[in-house]
Structure formats: structure tokens, C-alpha cells
Design a protein around this ligand. Structure first.
Ligand code: NDP
Length: 353
């Protein structure tokens, strides 16, 4: 038996105020059950949106773990290590790495028990804990957006805003591997040259600021860069005027796909682009894709694993909040999550055990 410390919420609202620590005992695994210890997991925008109660896919609030109020454990993706197996488990052994197959797993906990059919094994060579803990949402999203929305061929161009987001950086690297040119829009800042160099070192073809994206004159520069090649795809995770800017860069019949709304402003698309350039506006949601086509999700995970292990997707910097499981008090455990949630507005946060 192990005691798990879980970060739960029973009401929707401001995430750092809603989360509580809950301890519960997990009996030894039997039959096809696998006992897991957390190694690492990210704090993703959608995890916070679930606690805010504004995300359409949410775990049910239940008393399953023994909480007084119906509750759910936070977190959708994460990396675990196998520390116990039931008698009929065939696909896992002690110390294997694995990730949950489905969303709404409740990854924000020190230990968990589930059945082996709900886990995907991750080989623990040539891949970091950070990469393994984040590949099923962000890296998979980047790969599927580049390969399933339009038919991009080597030499084609695409444009994205949020170029500095975790998904954006995966888009840059996967596009480079596929021979696709990228124009990456980022917010201006005093250290813009440093940021541009970082994205160029990942394989970005061009990096521009939101001001340049919004400037009609700058379109001429982009035409000089693309030299008549098609800009077939625009990926939008910001909305507002940023979405207008990237849509204007599309070639006739291009597609703008919206997958996030970081500015919290509506997507703004000029009528003329629909009439005179026949652009299409679509949405993308990895959760729906995974639910509708579980095999595609597994294929995607295997493909991005290959990219990572072959060195095509670099390990990336994150702000890690490290929890020493044996020595951290309950207060320290909960505070690590509150700090990570608060800091997630500044940079990508990972909880490491
Ligand atoms: P990160 O936390 O890594 O990055 C967030 C990014 O958003 C940063 O680049 C930041 O820019 C930018 N940003 C924040 N606020 C604004 C703003 N007001 N205007 C412009 N840019 C802003 O995020 P992730 O990569 O984890 O996620 C990015 C988006 O993708 C989120 O909206 C997330 O929900 C969505 N997503 C959607 C999926 C889907 O299937 N639909 C799957 C995975 C993610 P800066 O660097 O300047 O601070």
C-alpha cells in the first residue's frame, strides 16, 4: 500500500485558490492494475481552464477517492514510473515509464493506480522527463496541426502566432523536419533579439513581431521571402488582431486553424479574405481527435517519440518546481502547485518529483 498526495478541487474558480491537498491510501495492485509514482507533469493552460470551469472537457467531480465533497484531481498529462504490477499485467514491469492514454486522468498526484490498457509505455532512452511528460498534448498537437489540416509539402510556408509558446516551438521544429518554412509571430520585448535567435536555433525560417504582423506594409517583405510559394496554413492560438494579421498572410484557398485563445479576444477575420481569397477558418482540438480516433493518437505519439529520440525536437527550458517526495511537508507539497500555477503566466511550469 502507498499513500498518495493529490491536488484536488471541488469547486470551480481561480485555480490557486480552489486547489487543496488530499491524502488517500492506494492498496497494492491486483490482476491488470499498475501502481504508478509521478515523475513529472506540466501545468498547461487547459488544466487551469478546467479548474476555472470554462473548459468543455472536464473530469466529473466524484467522491471516488474518499473526499467529503465531490472532487477531481487536477492535470491531464504527465509522466509516471511503474512501482507495482498486478498478477496479469503483461505490458509493464517495475521502473518502466508511461503516460496516460486519455485526458482527464488527474496527473497532479504523487501516486496513482490504473489498469494497463489505459497507459502508454514510453521508452526511457534518448528522451528527457520534460519531453516525455509533455508529448501527449503539446508536441502531439503541433504534429497533428501540421499534418492533418492541409496538405503541406516541402517548400510550402505556414505562419503561426504564439511562436514562443510550447506548442509554437514544437511546430517550428516539426515543420523544419518536414521541410516546411515557418513565419513565427511573437510579442515584442526588450530581449526580442535574444528570443529571435532562440527560435532561429530551433529551425524557425522567419520570426516577426506582432507589430510587423499587423502592418500592411510588412506584407511586401513576406512576399519577398516566400517568392511566390504558397502560405497554406495559419495557426492561431492568440485571437484578436493577431489572428487578423496571420490570416492576411495566407495565399488564396489557405486555411486558418484556431487552437487557443491566449488574448481572450475573439478571432477577427476580414470579410474580404473569405470572398476574394476563399480562405477557410477551422478549429483544432487534440482532445476531440483523440476521442474520435484513439489509433491516430497512438500513431501520433509514436511519431513524435521518434522525432524526439532522433534529436529533431530539442529538450526545452521550463521552470521546474521540484518536490522531494520523502521530505516535503504537506504544506510544501501544496505550495509548490500554487507557486507553479501563479508562475505559469510567465513561463511553462513543470512539477518534478
Ligand atoms: P505556453 O504556456 O507554453 O505559452 C503561452 C504563450 O501564449 C506564450 O508564448 C505567450 O507569449 C502567449 N501569450 C500569452 N498571453 C498572450 C496575449 N495576451 N497575446 C499574445 N500572446 C499571448 O502555452 P502552451 O504552448 O501550453 O499552449 C498554447 C495555447 O495552445 C493555449 O491556448 C492552449 O490552451 C492551446 N492548446 C490547445 C490545444 C488544442 O488541442 N486545441 C492543445 C494544446 C494547447 P509570450 O511568450 O510573449 O509570453
Amino acid at each position: 500500500m502507498v499513500t498518495s498526495r493529490a491536488i484536488v478541487y471541488s469547486q470551480y474558480g481561480e485555480p490557486s485558490e480552489m486547489i487543496k491537498l488530499y491524502k488517500y491510501n492506494i492498496p497494492d495492485p491486483s490482476e491488470n492494475e499498475v501502481l504508478l509514482q509521478s515523475l513529472a507533469h506540466p501545468i498547461n493552460p487547459s488544466d487551469l481552464n478546467q479548474i476555472e470551469g470554462v473548459y468543455p472537457s472536464r473530469p466529473e467531480l466524484t467522491k471516488e477517492l474518499g473526499t467529503n465533497d465531490p472532487s477531481a484531481v487536477g492535470g491531464n498529462e504527465g509522466l509516471f514510473k511503474v512501482i507495482g504490477i498486478g498478477s496479469s499485467v503483461t505490458g509493464f514491469k517495475i521502473d518502466d515509464w508511461c503516460i496516460p492514454k486519455n485526458v482527464n486522468f488527474g496527473t497532479w498526484r504523487s501516486h496513482a493506480k490504473t489498469t494497463e490498457n489505459l497507459l502508454v509505455k514510453i521508452p526511457n532512452t534518448k528522451i528527457s522527463k520534460t519531453q516525455a511528460a509533455t508529448l501527449s498534448v503539446n508536441t502531439s498537437t503541433a504534429y497533428e496541426m501540421l499534418t492533418t489540416i492541409v496538405n503541406l509539402k516541402p517548400g510550402d510556408w505556414m505562419i503561426q502566432n504564439g511562436g514562443n509558446s510550447s506548442v509554437g516551438k514544437d511546430v517550428i521544429q516539426i515543420a523544419k523536419k518536414l521541410g516546411i518554412n515557418t513565419i513565427n509571430v511573437v510579442r515584442d520585448r526588450p530581449t526580442i533579439e535574444e528570443l529571435k535567435q532562440k527560435l532561429y536555433s530551433l529551425g524557425a525560417t522567419k520570426v516577426i513581431t506582432e507589430e510587423e504582423n499587423n502592418s500592411k506594409e510588412f506584407s511586401k517583405t513576406i512576399k519577398d521571402w516566400t517568392k511566390g510559394s504558397q502560405v497554406k496554413l495559419a495557426l492561431n492560438c492568440v485571437g484578436g488582431s493577431s489572428s487578423t494579421g496571420i490570416a492576411r498572410k495566407l495565399s488564396p484557398n489557405g486555411v486558418i486553424a484556431t487552437y487557443g485563445g491566449m488574448s481572450k479576444k475573439p478571432v477577427n477575420l476580414p470579410t474580404s479574405l473569405f470572398i476574394f481569397k476563399n480562405i477557410k477558418a477551422v478549429g483544432f482540438w487534440i482532445t476531440a481527435n483523440s476521442n474520435n480516433n484513439p489509433q491516430q493518437k497512438l500513431d501520433t505519439i509514436n511519431q513524435v517519440l521518434k522525432f524526439i529520440q532522433e534529436g529533431d525536437i530539442a529538450d526545452f527550458e521550463t521552470d521546474k518546481k521540484i518536490i522531494q517526495l520523502n521530505t516535503a511537508s504537506d504544506e510544501e507539497f501544496l505550495q509548490s502547485y500554487k507557486n507553479a500555477i501563479n508562475d505559469s503566466k510567465k513561463s511553462k511550469q513543470l512539477i518534478f518529483y
